[in-house]
Design a protein around this ligand. Structure first.
Ligand SMILES: Cc1cc2nc3c(=O)[nH]c(=O)nc-3n(C[C@H](O)[C@H](O)[C@H](O)COP(=O)(O)O)c2cc1C
Ligand SMILES: CC(C)CC(=O)C(=O)O
Length: 368
């Protein structure tokens, strides 16, 4: 049985779409936390483009299609999901809510949404797993300390996580000018608890004049394809790579025996001026030729965005900031509501384009 559904009653009717959570979230967060959660890299062109590119696409409806018995269910790696919307790994959720990831996992369980837990979660990965009644995947940042990395993977397996999501687009943090301007630093009481006890490298700063990255210890220890092969051999879990933006990387990942690919530019938080994820999805889908499932994140703010991603080759999507803003504004009920809003919008889009199941959503339903 699921945990009792948190009440949605306190949520005002004026919140009719996920974007409506933003002002409520903002007024409940410090300026620094807002800069961290809402911001992106440099001029935030990719951050904005992720959303704008979805808005440019148009849906093509078909009339009088058979819709009876329709649903939004899917199966991935033998796991069953009610809807193709997962919660993306987002670090340090105690920044926005005192229960942090525990509130999120309660909500994910209530709506049976898959949740990907960040290496940099602010709650122990075992504690999150104990509260979960929905598939949990563990997002892995390969640490310079590989022995510690191995132990993290083993902890995730032992705790019952059902897939490993290896993030490959951030060997170093992006230059986040918005965070720098706001003076963002983690407040007391919020930390990456799962990394306690790890041997660390000298800190890297982003300030000009403080030295270079290339040739320094962080990038000398950055993960490569060799590490991916090592991880593949290390675990029996399905392994996904998150942060693929190039078809050649997608091909290589498939050749390395990777089970799934997440097309992602880290929500515009790493390398600014990369294209929007939805703009590279079809090219990557052509390279992968259906050999492994493709997922996508970045800029999903509407059920129609979910629909467009599925039409252009994704099996499922992940959302980041939308549920974080729901969490900040209304705790677990806010996260539930965000998933429910997106799912309801997806269902309406399916009905109005004549798609009974996710398998009916194909490229002919979108015009570019
Ligand atoms: C505040 C914040 C923290 C994030 N932390 C992580 C992380 O720890 N690991 C990771 O792989 N991705 C992380 N991401 C990226 C998300 O998993 C996801 O790729 C991105 O948020 C999707 O874009 P969206 O926010 O537009 O939905 C983070 C994103 C945000 C906004
Ligand atoms: C702690 C960070 C590396 C987490 C992250 O991926 C992000 O803030 O985008």
């Amino acid at each position: 049985m699921h945990s009792p559904l948190p009440t949605l009653q306190q949520i005002p009717a004026s919140i009719a779409a996920v974007a409506d959570y933003e002002p409520f979230a903002r007024e409940r967060m410090s300026e620094q936390a807002w800069a961290y959660m809402a911001g992106g890299a440099a001029d935030e062109l990719t951050l904005r483009d992720n959303c704008a590119a979805f808005r440019r696409l148009r849906l093509r409806s078909r009339a009088l299609q058979e819709l009876s018995g329709g649903h939004t269910r899917l199966e991935l790696f033998g796991q069953r999901f009610e809807q193709p919307i997962l919660l993306a790994p987002v670090a340090y959720q105690k920044l926005v809510h005192p229960d942090g990831e525990l509130a999120t996992v309660l909500a994910a369980s209530a709506v049976r949404a898959g949740m990907v837990v960040s290496t940099q979660a602010s709650v122990a990965l075992e504690e999150i797993a104990r509260s979960a009644q929905t598939p949990l995947w563990f997002q892995l940042y390969v640490q310079p300390d590989r022995e510690f990395t191995r132990e993290l993977v083993q902890r995730a397996e032992a705790a019952g996580y059902q897939a490993l999501v290896v993030t490959v687009d951030a060997p170093v943090n992006g230059l986040r000018n918005r965070e720098q301007r706001a003076g963002f630093a983690l407040p007391a009481g919020v930390e990456a608890v799962n990394l306690r006890g790890m041997r660390t490298l000298p800190p890297v700063t982003n300030r000009i004049g403080d030295g270079v990255l290339l040739g320094g210890p962080l990038l000398d220890a950055a993960p490569t394809w060799r590490d991916l092969a090592w991880l593949r051999a290390l675990t029996r879990l399905p392994v996904l790579v998150k942060g693929v933006m190039h078809p050649e990387d997608a091909r290589r990942a498939v050749a390395e025996g990777i089970d799934g690919i997440i097309v992602s530019n880290h929500g515009g938080r790493t390398l600014d001026t990369q294209p929007a994820t939805i703009e590279v999805l079809e090219e990557i889908a052509r390279a992968v030729e259906g050999r492994v499932p493709l997922l996508l994140d970045g800029g999903i703010r509407r059920g129609t965005d979910v629909f467009k991603a599925l039409a252009l080759g994704a099996r499922a999507v992940l959302v980041g900031r939308p549920y974080i803003f729901g969490l900040a504004a209304a705790g677990a009920p806010g996260v539930c509501h965000v998933v429910q809003l997106l799912r309801a919008e997806l269902e309406v889009a399916m009905a109005l384009t004549g798609c009974r199941t996710l398998a009916d959503i194909g490229p002919t339903r979108v015009s570019r």
